[in-house]
Design a protein around this ligand. Structure first.
Ligand SMILES: Nc1ncnc2c1ncn2[C@@H]1O[C@H](COP(=O)(O)OP(=O)(O)OP(=O)(O)O)[C@@H](O)[C@H]1O
Length: 305
């Protein structure tokens, strides 16, 4: 488990992370979301002891990262798009890491295979694409077969196959009891894989909830109704004080009434229906709404009072 206790990091007048308190539980994929500059990387760097908090603390299994006896066996992390010296090959880079962390050489072959880098294992990293470097960084994170994975924007630069691989890898690890903490500035990237979502804006917590719960709470159901008597239907629904928008020649989109209510109203007025279907609004738009304020203030924020 990862526990953040009033975690704070100031850079001059910028509150990169502001009193952030959350627990990231095992057995789940937790998505860490926020617009550019929200403080995701800074939070992850503090968990990994790469940046010192201004105040508060980040604990991994109850300890600071620096106190862990075998860090690579406990926490695997991939923070930026660059992993390894350009002169190294994936194999020499991972072997050096394995050796300094008392990890068997067999494990290097396993992660090269798992990450799809086996065929380029002896090529120089210097010539790698961003996607290949991402795969390499994630391989390094997996090397110690850690219980906890921390991945900062791991899908950047990955192709569709790479994204499918990483989603599956994260799900499998969480289902086996691991803790997976993955950041992204794109809701759509993590929505499909995350059980839990932590949203931040300007370093502050906006929401921390199960993905399903966020979808239910922050998105509205939109019902499409098709009818040969579309005008009469629109007038009838308009009288209910709900939002009715045209959707093609013979259809309307209704927000604010359930399918059962619309069906009953139309039935009572003898209005013939050819379609009555419900869909949820996108979580992406809910996320944009939740983070809009923080996106408007990407410039240094005012001093905390
Ligand atoms: N070393 C630093 N010195 C000064 N300011 C910094 C430093 N690192 C981060 N910041 C500032 O802290 C804030 C949070 O940055 P951070 O990189 O953590 O955000 P992020 O959510 O990871 O963004 P992105 O999605 O763009 O990676 C930003 O305003 C950034 O400019």
């Amino acid at each position: 488990m990862i526990k953040l206790e009033a975690l704070t990091k100031d850079y001059g007048n910028t509150h990169a992370v502001n009193e952030l308190s959350v627990e990231i539980q095992p057995g789940r994929v937790t998505g860490f979301l926020g617009p550019n500059g929200a403080g995701k990387s800074t939070t992850m760097r503090m968990i990994l002891g790469l940046d010192a908090p201004t105040s508060g603390q980040a604990l991994v299994n109850g300890q600071r990262y620096g106190q862990l006896a075998y860090p690579m066996h406990t926490v695997g992390a991939h923070i930026s798009g660059t992993a390894g010296h350009p002169g190294h090959t994936p194999r020499t880079f991972l072997q050096a890491l394995a050796q300094s962390n008392r990890i068997s050489r067999n494990r290097v072959d396993q992660v090269l295979e798992e990450s799809g880098l086996a065929t380029v294992a002896s090529k120089r990293i210097g010539g790698f694409s961003l996607g290949m470097r991402q795969r390499l960084g994630i391989s390094a994170a997996l090397l110690g077969d850690p219980q906890i994975l921390i991945l900062d924007e791991p899908m950047n630069g990955l192709d569709a196959q790479g994204i499918a691989w990483i989603r599956q890898m994260m799900r499998t690890r969480a289902e086996n009891g691991g803790t997976v903490f993955v950041s992204s500035h794109l809701m759509s990237e993590v929505q499909q894989v995350a059980d839990q979502l932590i949203l931040i804006g300007r370093g502050q917590l906006i929401a921390n909830a199960a993905t399903e719960q966020l979808i239910t709470e922050f998105t509205q159901q939109v019902v499409t109704v098709r009818s040969p008597q579309v005008q009469a239907l629109a007038d009838l629904l308009g009288q209910q004080g709900v939002q009715v928008q045209p959707a093609g020649a013979q259809a309307v989109r209704v927000t604010g009434l359930a399918v059962e209510e619309i069906g009953a109203l139309a039935f009572a007025q003898h209005i013939e229906l050819h379609e009555l279907s419900a869909a949820r609004g996108s979580l992406e738009s809910a996320y944009n709404q939740l983070t809009r304020e923080s996106m408007e203030f990407t410039a240094p924020s005012p001093a905390r009072s």
